[in-house]
Design a protein around this ligand. Structure first.
Ligand code: SF4
Length: 194
């Protein structure tokens, strides 16, 4: 596995920039990001060692170039998810499937028991919207649902899988710390689903 120990600053081989970390929120409940925040004071340990360059915790609209690691929460449920994931993959060296929804589809993929996205769309947005006359039934304000919800690795190559619903703060800290040390995280005795 590639080390993420910062890239050389142009013109100064002795100076290395801090690794650029991003997070991405696809079809998930935000619980994995909440677990990220649950690292609590350990975030202060990480703060001087990384640059958090994108994600729901960062006020930035576009996914930046040259990201070292992106943690992807959630399954791929709609066209926006797919577009953002493909862009993140193109611009990131390591991509981590972050949490059970990203790894397997988990809760987000429960709608796959229905015959198509249209059934879900009608029930969730059209029928229920009729209860609220102010809610528009059409007009392109919602991204088009994919017919099937898929885990991240079915859309793009994944470098690391971090299961858990959500993964614990301890596990997230371990993974990032190991990557910062240039080691491949050994998750073999630490993983659980759910
Ligand atoms: S893995 Fe669990 S906590 Fe994370 S987005 Fe899915 S349902 Fe939420």
């Amino acid at each position: 596995m590639d080390s993420i120990m910062g890239t050389e600053t142009p013109g100064n081989a002795n100076h290395r920039a801090r690794p650029r970390i991003a997070t991405l929120w696809l079809g998930g409940c935000a619980g994995c990001h909440m677990s990220f925040l649950d690292m609590d004071e350990r975030l202060m340990d990480l703060a001087p060692r990384i640059s958090l360059v994108y994600g729901p915790l960062v006020d930035r609209k576009e996914f930046p170039d040259q990201v070292d690691v992106v943690l992807v929460e959630g399954a791929v449920a709609n066209e926006d998810n797919l577009h953002h994931l493909q862009e993140a993959r193109k611009k990131s060296r390591l991509l981590v499937a972050f949490g059970d929804c990203a790894v397997t589809g988990n809760v987000t993929s429960m709608r796959n028991t229905q015959s198509s996205a249209g059934v879900v769309m009608d029930r969730s947005f059209v029928e229920n919207a009729s209860l609220h006359p102010g809610v528009p039934r059409s007009g392109g304000i919602l991204p088009r649902l994919l017919d099937r919800v898929i885990p991240v690795h079915q859309a793009v190559p994944v470098d690391l899988f971090l299961p858990g619903c959500p993964p614990s703060a301890d596990l997230i800290f371990y993974l990032i710390s190991e990557l910062l040390e240039g080691r491949s995280p050994d998750l073999s005795d630490k993983l659980k689903y759910g």
